[in-house]
Structures are given as structure tokens and as C-alpha cells.
Write a protein that binds this ligand. Structure first.
Ligand code: FES
Length: 107
């Protein structure tokens, strides 16, 4: 386990996405409407570039070529068959921590 601290939990809002560049790579925190906070890879599986994205509270859209992902699961909606890797996330002393060396397979 190699958790790194990204930010204060209280600075995040439901329905929003926050992107971070770390020594371990790009990571996104996504808190979907009526969902729970999750951490996903911050690169697009299409061309492995940092995901320049928009998020409407449910759906993440890569602005380069409009691939679309479910913000709750990271699964590709258009096209299907792709997905964003999910990383284990924990809250410690009010701080959001993510382990980018592991992949969370709970979805
Ligand atoms: S790089 Fe994201 S859709 Fe092409």
C-alpha cells in the first residue's frame, strides 16, 4: 500500500470532478450526484494522454475525441469496452488519500 494525500475532503463537492498530477501520474477524484467519491486514472484510455474532461455530475467526457465514461464506475459508455482504472481511496484525518499502485476491482 502506498497511499498519497491529494486534498482535504471538505474541499470536494458532490457532482464535481477534481484532477491531480502526482509523482505517480494523473488521477481524478469524481464524486457523482447521489454517489460516492471515487478515484480513477486521470489519463484517457484512448490515447493515454491526460484526460481533459468535462463532468456533468454523471458522465465524464474527454474533450479530445469525446469518449464518454460513467462517473460512478469508470466504464466506457461511448465507446463501450473501455474503462478508467479505479484506485483504492480512503479518508484519513479529513484528507483524501489514494493508492495508485493498486487497482480497485470492486466495480
Ligand atoms: S484522447 Fe480522450 S477521446 Fe481521444
Amino acid at each position: 500500500m502506498a497511499y498519497i494525500t491529494l486534498c482535504k475532503h471538505k474541499n470536494l463537492m458532490e457532482g464535481e470532478l477534481a484532477a491531480f498530477s502526482t509523482d505517480d501520474g494523473e488521477v481524478m477524484l469524481i464524486w457523482p450526484d447521489d454517489g460516492e467519491l471515487k478515484a480513477f486514472q486521470g489519463t484517457c484510455p484512448h490515447q493515454d494522454v491526460p484526460l481533459w474532461s468535462t463532468f456533468n455530475g454523471r458522465i465524464v467526457t474527454c474533450q479530445f475525441h469525446n469518449w464518454v465514461f460513467d462517473g460512478r464506475t469508470g466504464k466506457g459508455l461511448s465507446p463501450s469496452g473501455c474503462e478508467l482504472k479505479q484506485y483504492p481511496l480512503r479518508i484519513e484525518d479529513g484528507m483524501v488519500q489514494v493508492d495508485m499502485m493498486q487497482v480497485d476491482l470492486t466495480n
